[in-house]
Design a protein around this ligand. Structure first.
Ligand code: NAD
Ligand code: ZN
Length: 388
């Protein structure tokens, strides 16, 4: 079959790879109908996630039709349309039983790597390095889906692929980021990053009752998308974000702050140069400027929610400010399984149509161009979907 494979830093290719097979009786094989490139894939593309190997199949946002099931998969039959969560979970361990699906104890065969780096390993992920299990991803014609009796949800209704595909990741991710803010009536939520995750966090904050959302980014076309999601906006390339937020919130600060940027933030100031230099010298793995800003801009007693991915160690984290203001920090890979069905219900009811994020549609064969375009934000690219 054809699949998008990682060949090294800034190098992806469409290659012939072996067709996936059922390896375990809880597996299914899915024929992919639509897949997407995620901001998280850019961290792989740019070489910031260790333990990638040349030839690894990419992709963790995908959906399609079940073509084969193992004997123990009783909930799916050949022909079902499914959306698959990017986190792989067994459904039976201590963590799955507590709705902490992305922390499943049983799905990362390479857990020792993460154990060494992080103390304990989270769940396996599709198409996301050997540290996360080395599972071939969904930017391919077919995918083996382990624990298919637990993860995939069936789509019965008359909804388009691009309306439900994002249940696999970015809609639940934005939603969990907003839910982690413990939003109260009247709250103002500030969101750094107007990429797909930030945009879903904004929409979700409003669904969860926030009164105001303030969006921060440096790309005018993305700030425009945020305004279309009913957010007020700050262009961080033009103004001092902390001062602007202070002024917009009557001096008190935002009640909750969401970092939907993660490890590859951009900027042009001294602190950005500092992070760049330390990253180049491998003395700091991530560039966390939006996170520092969020901690400093948050009101006393507020929450900083971090859906943006961080991989290792950061410098100059204002722990004193977080302590002095009594902040709550919440973060992590999304517990996608927990959110898929309730969010499908919201789509079905018409509360939200997730296809609003899509800016570009490609064939899987155009993946190298699609990656370049999404990475460089060319042609106002906000989200790419690809059809095998
Ligand atoms: P994206 O790259 O499309 O968006 C990031 C946005 O941040 C861009 O619009 C960029 O201009 C903006 N930005 C850069 N520097 C900034 C700064 N200093 N201040 C404000 N904005 C800045 O990515 P995305 O798909 O929206 O994903 C966002 C983050 O969420 C990534 O780190 C991704 O890995 C992560 N993510 C996490 C999960 C999870 O489970 N927690 C799931 C999916 C994605
Ligand atoms: Zn993703």
């Amino acid at each position: 079959m054809r699949a998008v494979v990682w060949e090294g830093k800034n190098n992806v290719r469409v290659s012939q790879v072996p067709d996936p097979k059922i390896l375990n009786q809880r597996d299914a094989v899915v024929k992919v109908s639509l897949t997407a490139i995620c901001g998280s894939d850019l961290h792989l593309y740019n070489g910031y996630i260790p333990t990638m190997k040349s030839g690894d199949v990419l992709g963790h946002e995908f959906m399609g039709q079940v073509v084969e099931v193992g004997r123990e998969v009783k909930n799916l039959v050949k022909g079902d349309w499914v959306v698959v969560p990017f986190t792989i979970a067994c459904g039976r361990c201590f963590f799955c039983e507590r709705d902490l699906w992305s922390l499943c104890d049983n799905t990362n065969p390479n857990a020792w790597i993460a154990d060494t780096a992080y103390g304990y390993s989270g769940s396996g992920l599709f198409g996301y390095s050997h540290m996360y299990g080395g599972y071939p991803g969904g930017q391919a014609e077919y995918v083996r889906v382990p624990f298919a009796d637990v993860g995939p949800i069936k789509i019965y209704e008359d909804l388009r692929d691009d309306q439900v595909l994002f249940l696999s990741d970015i809609f639940p991710t934005g939603y969990m980021a907003a839910e982690n803010c413990n939003i109260q009536p009247g709250d103002t939520v500030a969101v750094w990053g107007c990429g797909p995750v930030g945009l879903f966090a904004m929409k979700s904050a409003l669904l969860l009752g926030a009164e105001r959302v303030i969006a921060i980014d440096r790309l005018p076309e993305r700030l425009l998308k945020a305004r279309e999601c009913c957010a007020e906006t700050i262009n961080c390339a033009e103004v001092n974000v902390r001062e602007a937020l202070k002024e917009m919130t009557g001096g008190r600060g935002a009640d909750a702050c969401i970092d939907a940027v993660g490890m590859e933030s951009h900027g042009s100031n001294v602190i950005h140069m500092y992070d760049r230099a330390k990253q180049a010298l491998m003395m700091e793995s991530d560039r966390p400027q939006p996170l520092r800003e969020a901690v400093l801009a948050c009101r006393k007693g507020g929450t900083v929610s971090i859906p943006g991915v961080y991989g290792g160690l950061i410098d100059k984290f204002p722990i004193g400010a977080a302590f002095a203001k009594g902040l709550t920090l919440k973060m992590g890979q999304t517990h996608v399984h927990k959110y898929m069905r309730p969010l499908l219900e919201k789509i079905r009811r018409g509360d939200i149509d997730p296809s609003f994020v899509v800016s570009h549609r490609f064939s899987l064969d155009d993946a190298p161009r699609a990656y370049r375009m999404f990475q460089d934000k060319e042609d106002e690219c906000t989200k790419v979907v690809m059809k095998p």
